[in-house]
Design a binder for this molecule. Structure first.
Ligand code: WQD
Length: 336
């Protein structure tokens, strides 16, 4: 029996592939390579000693998805594939809704035809919107998103919840990620955005490396510990292990469960910058810049449900995240 990881050559998907392979699962990776490269499969093989099956495929292409299920006895799906740039989603909403929703609908239709019953979905804390109190809890109202990317995650959660209501044998886990950073300790896998990074950590590592001149800290007048934005950073390897725990749970249950995957702790921009400088012994020049549109001051997870139900919690520290991110920038990042 095999497990299908869609988007499995991406940042989180590749790290999750390693954890599933090392746990003994037979992994099939499908990716359209629109935002990653095929050499990630080689790197996964180097780390694990096992080469996962790979299909270059668009999850919106029903024939391509059908072919994967016909060639492999897929017992479950972890669905990472999707567009994920917040700013780009505002410019290209139709592309985002089409790709991020049709891929899920196509997978559900093919899964039904093949009797595949387990669906773990890559959701995001962004579905909590701007009006929930922190720390975020899974039972809080979701929606009120501020961009098409966030709405597409929320809509996918609704699609999957309704599909599980209609088919009591279906098992769905909605995993709400907080801020994934860090990289595999080997330096072979990591976050490798093309162009100028939107997210904080890849921007920091490129400034440290001298690829970019300085970091702009988007606002220091928020009502937070030091005025800069506070987020719940989670090491990507901890996040990958969270998928393993969620999948095991989903394989033994039916219905829909939502889990926050976060550390439960907030870290400010300046705290992260200073930690990065300290643990790596390198400077990160920065300037204070205006707030970024759409940002909120502070959010972090109540991570207790995943610990209680999945017996999973984060183990790596912010120091580990900074150390592993820098190691990746020096050893593995390709910066296409
Ligand atoms: C973190 C903090 C910025 C860049 C986004 C998506 C979310 C998820 C994770 C996919 C904020 C500050 C950033 C910079 C800065 N993605 N910052 N200078 O915005 O919390 O979440 O990525 O699921 O859905 O919304 O992450 O890394 O962009 O920002 O000061 O150059 O760093 O203001 O406070 P964010 P981020």
């Amino acid at each position: 029996m095999a497990l299908l990881l869609t988007g499995g050559t991406g940042f989180i998907g590749s790290h999750t592939a390693v954890e599933f392979i090392q746990a003994g699962y037979d992994v099939v990776i499908a990716d359209d390579l629109s935002n990653s490269s095929a050499d990630v499969v080689d790197r996964i093989e180097t780390i694990t000693g096992v080469r996962p099956a790979f299909a270059q495929a668009d999850m919106c292409d029903a024939d391509a998805v059908e072919k994967i299920f016909a060639e492999h006895a897929i017992e479950g799906v972890v669905h990472f594939a999707g567009f994920k740039a917040v700013g780009e989603s505002v410019e290209k909403p139709i592309d985002y809704y089409r790709n991020n929703l049709l891929s899920t609908l196509t997978l559900l239709e093919v899964m039904k035809r093949f009797g595949c019953k387990v669906f773990v979905f890559s959701s995001s804390a962004t579905v909590y919107g701007e009006n929930n109190p922190i720390p975020y809890v899974e039972t809080m109202p979701a929606g009120g998103c501020t961009n098409p990317y966030g709405w597409s995650k929320f809509m996918n959660e609704q699609i999957l919840t309704d599909a599980a209501k209609a088919d009591p044998s279906l098992s769905v886990c909605l995993l709400r990620y907080f801020n994934p950073i860090g990289a595999h300790e080997s330096g072979l896998l990591g976050d490798d955005p093309s162009g100028i990074p939107n997210n904080l950590m890849p921007y920091i590592t490129r400034v440290a490396k001298g690829v970019l001149p300085k970091l702009s800290v988007f606002g220091n007048d928020y009502p937070t510990v030091d005025g800069t934005g506070v987020r719940d950073y989670i090491h990507v390897v901890d996040l990958a292990k969270g998928h393993l725990a969620a999948y095991k749970y989903a394989a033994e249950h039916t219905g829909t469960e939502i889990f926050n995957l976060g550390s439960g702790r907030g870290t400010s921009v300046l705290e992260l910058v200073e930690t990065f400088k300290r643990v790596n012994g390198i400077d990160v020049p920065y300037v204070i810049a205006p707030r970024r549109a759409g940002d909120i001051a502070e959010f972090y997870a109540d991570a207790s449900k995943a610990e209680r139900v999945l017996h999973w919690r984060t183990e790596k520290t912010v120091e580990d995240m900074c150390r592993d991110s820098w190691n990746w920038e020096q050893k593995g990042a390709q910066k296409r």
